[in-house]
Design a protein around this ligand. Sequence first.
Ligand code: 13P
Length: 279
Amino acid sequence: MEHSIESYIKNLVRDVIGQNLCGLQIQSDRQTYVIANWKMNKNLNETAEFFQKINSSHDVSVVICPPTQLLYPAHLLIKQSGKPIGLGGQNVHWVDKGAYTGETSGNMLKGVGCEYVIIGHSERRQYSFEDDELVNKKALHAIKSGLIPIICIGETLGQKNSMQTEQVLSKQLFGALKDIDSSQFILAYEPVWAIGTGQSATAELAQETHAYIRSVLKQILGQKAESISILYGGSANDSNAADYSAMPDIDGVLVGGASLNAHVFDAIINVFAKGEQNS
Ligand code: 13P
């Protein structure tokens, strides 16, 4: 499908779901994000090469989340390049400082140029046994430290197959967002079965789930829910990005594998940038 047609559909859906009231066009003020989660990939040379190759865009917020030891060099490389790229960590501790070997606080991330941090990624939930309570503590700490948390939620294949998706997401949202009254966070819906498998959720399924997530957000935050960006993650790439970008409740993507190649990642950025230009 032509991307311009997709943008037309996106606007049409926005109107139909009530954002065009009494002839008064009320555009969503949600920010669109294209975020790279490099996970445990790349060395210093590969990082330098990536920032040389990537073009980025002023039309969407582009954020790169490299491994912790590459954050400061990445910060310097971004500054040197003059490209509009934000920086994020992949994890954060929940206190400012202390005897916590191997951990990194929010202030430390801020100190090396981060504005964002990923929290509650399913790989950390799986390998480091992070639960909703811990995700909540980390999110509160990140906000207090002046970072924007990118809070990840998502169901496993078993939970999907036993029709528990909504129940799981609702529990994760209420747990992660306890005592958070700010709208200074980003949500990422990452179905665990879609991560690194090549089995991405269809744009229609992702849209349906994002709309459900926004309905739960409304219960928690009221009208502020309308301003929260909800990103899709799970085998997002340059071939399926246009489908996601056409959906009214998908405000960008959190990209793993396909973010490691600067040309591929640029192609994804361009899809969402075009969508913004046309909306
Ligand atoms: P993939 O894009 O490799 O499936 O990873 C998604 C992800 O986990 C981003 O946080």
